[in-house]
Write a protein that binds this ligand. Structure first.
Ligand code: CUO
Length: 653
């Protein structure tokens, strides 16, 4: 009951958070709280004092201004606020502090710091936040949609506004805009980075295999984007590079609350130095990282750090991002984070035109820009070079003697080994994008968006076993050909493999059929409830009605279940389904039991919060390492391959 009440209060704090009239309307939530008079209520009093000093000196990021995690000063202030929210000794202090920050702090910074506190405070565990596209619709919908919403608000009319993908079909990249601009994908990406922030320090709680997750979640995003491109007759993404021309321009057609349009980028741009970082320096960082990959050895502050171990990929991920766990920030830099900034500021590198940053500077908008995937392909190539350098797995790490996968079938909508996708429509409430008029009722103002979806399906996996075993079942979807029609080599296939599911089950001696539903996938989460529904259900539950319950394992991170499989095409695009069954005795992680609990359901890309990653194998196993010969690989009895097609059925209204 306490948690329901807390969730309710937090939702009210987020409601109309960007409304410029909010302060005037006295929408201050809860009791105002003067931090200075209550210092003893915080574990971290130094941070409280520092914030008070900054506020007095007028140094805080002003309200309504954009907030960027990549801006060192914005980030510093956000961390200060987060530390204060996190160190509040009890809920009451937390709530009063947050209520104060809600009306005093920059809105974007407040939402981010509050999110981080909710995700990490023990006394708020399980609290569900609204989807970010309804907290901050400006970062998810085109300017024209928001303007029409404002017009409806001015005229006090209800409205449902069609939100289209940006650009025109003359731009080939527009064919895959449904993926990069998907509101759920952007919500997932934001939440992944909120669960594994690059600025997070171990002293606040260690995040297991964070660097490896950085590699793997983005590697999978790349594989998925390439499969969407293949579905639309586009070649795979080409890695970006410091000396390469950025051929594809981008016009986001979105606006900040205050600073106007997100900047566009014309075709054929080149990188330009930033005042605080040159391209030369970035290429030096890159070559040092490539050198570490070649030698399987990095240089830490106290001497060499081996990358030739099961932790190697984690260290490399930390180094490439770079997050706070990088072995050597001065030597290896922060190529990923700074690359985002180089791209976000390419049109106004020294700020002389006063442009706000581009979409690449916010995790919730970044995938809209095709260069997002080019940047992450560049990083993915570094990770691939590293994995290649480790060589193939020895036979004994893959095989599972006594266990044979005899057959695999998938069934969707009555069809065997054919999966079916479609576009459906979804409505998003735009209330939080608007200013509200005092004394007037809120109108129903919504955006209607098209989203990729599919008919759910189920796998039947026939396994014979010599004995009873607990097993891990690993399911991957693999493209067969390039968009040109050229067959992919096994090495290209394994690096393009899309993880669809990974689960633990039991087999007994003899014949078994393992049945598993696509909706149970370990990479996805279901559609989150809308802000209004969440608020309504919470209020009902407080009054003893309805069936909403706080779920301590609830996760905001996870690919939307709608996007589990790529679009395919109307003819039925050829893929392969690979299933590997491994011995759970070798996969189990001490202290984590996933046999009877799915811990929020999106472990593969998001791990388990506050616990170890639940699979002892490297992420992507067994496809993460080189495969020399497809036939040898298929000769392992515990690995099986079948052909599947993905047919796109078009739009369902
Ligand atoms: Cu997720 Cu580049 O790391 O955006």
């Amino acid at each position: 009951a306490d948690l329901l009440d807390r969730q309710h209060k937090i939702l009210l704090m987020l409601e109309k958070i960007h409304d410029k009239n909010a302060d005037k309307q006295g929408r201050e939530i809860g009791e105002s709280y003067v931090l200075a008079e209550n210092l003893s209520n915080y574990d971290d009093q130094e941070s409280v004092k520092e914030l008070i000093e900054m506020a007095k000196a007028g140094k805080l990021l002003p309200r309504h201004h954009y907030f960027s995690l990549f801006d060192p000063e914005h980030r510093r202030q956000m961390i200060l606020l987060f530390k204060i929210l996190k160190s509040a000794k009890d809920w009451d202090t937390f709530y009063k502090t947050a209520s104060r920050a809600r009306v005093k702090a920059n809105e974007g910074m407040f939402v981010y710091a509050l999110t981080m506190a909710v995700l990490t405070r023990q006394d708020l565990k399980g609290i569900q936040l609204p989807p970010l596209y309804e907290i901050n619709p400006h970062f998810f919908f085109p300017t024209t949609t928001i303007r029409q919403a404002y017009r409806a608000q001015m005229q006090q009319e209800d409205a449902t506004i069609e939100a289209t993908f940006t650009g025109t079909l003359k731009n080939l990249e527009q064919r895959v805009a449904y993926f990069g601009e998907d509101i759920g994908l952007n919500n997932h990406h934001h939440h992944w980075h909120a669960d594994f922030p690059f600025w997070w320090r171990d002293e606040w709680g260690h995040k297991d295999r964070k660097g490896e997750l950085f590699f793997y979640m983005h590697h999978q995003l790349n594989a998925r984007f390439d499969a969407e491109r293949l579905s639309n007759n586009l070649p795979r993404v080409e890695a970006i590079g410091w000396d390469k021309t950025i051929h594809e321009g981008f016009a986001p057609h979105m606006s900040y609350y205050e600073e106007g349009e997100f900047p566009s980028r014309p075709d054929d741009m080149h990188f330009l130095d930033l005042p605080f970082m040159t391209r030369d320096q970035m290429t030096r960082y890159e070559s040092r990282i490539r050198n570490a990959v070649d030698k399987l050895k990095a240089y830490g502050p106290n001497g060499p750090v081996s990358l030739n171990s099961s932790e190697g990929i984690d260290i490399l991920g930390n180094m490439v991002e770079a997050n706070e766990n990088t072995p050597n920030l001065a030597f290896y830099g922060s190529i990923h984070n700074l690359f985002h900034v180089f791209l976000a500021r390419i049109g106004d590198p020294d700020g002389r035109y006063g442009l706000p940053p581009g979409v690449m500077e916010h995790f919730e908008t970044a995938t809209r820009d095709p260069t997002f995937f080019r940047l992450h392909k560049y990083l993915d190539d570094i990770f691939k070079a590293y994995k290649d350098n480790l060589g193939p797995y020895p036979r004994e790490e893959i095989e599972f003697p006594g266990v044979t996968v005899e057959d695999v079938t998938v069934e969707s909508n009555g069809a065997a080994n054919e999966l079916q996708t479609l576009f459906d429509y979804f409505e998003v409430d735009l209330n939080n994008a608007l200013d509200h008029i005092e004394g007037k009722d809120d109108r129903e103002i919504k955006a209607r968006v098209k989203r990729l979806n599919h008919h759910t399906f189920k796998y039947s996996i026939d396994v014979t076993s010599d004995a009873a075993h607990t097993v891990t079942v690993r399911v991957f979807l693999v493209p067969k050909r390039e968009s040109s029609g050229e067959p992919l080599s096994i090495d290209e296939k394994r690096w393009s493999a899309i993880e669809l599911d990974k689960f633990v089950t039991k087999v007994s001696s003899g014949k078994n059929t393992i049945v598993r539903k696509s909706s149970d996938s370990s990479v996805t989460i279901p559609d989150p409830p809308s802000f209004k529904k969440l608020l309504h259900d919470t209020e009902e539950a407080i009054n003893g009605n309805g069936d909403f319950k706080i779920d301590e394992d609830h996760r905001h991170c996870g690919l939307p279940d709608r996007l589990l499989i790529p679009k395919g095409n109307e003819h039925g695009l050829d893929f392969e389904l690979w299933v590997a069954v491994t011995n759970h005795d070798q996969d189990a992680v001490e202290g984590v039991d996933i046999r009877d609990d799915d811990h929020g359901g999106s472990m593969s890309y998001c791990g388990i919060l506050g616990q170890k990653y639940p699979d002892a194998r490297p992420m992507g196993f067994p496809f993460d390492r080189k495969i020399v010969c497809e036939d040898t690989f298929l000769s392992f009895s515990n690995i099986h391959r079948v052909d599947v097609k993905i047919r796109h059925l078009g739009e369902l209204a």
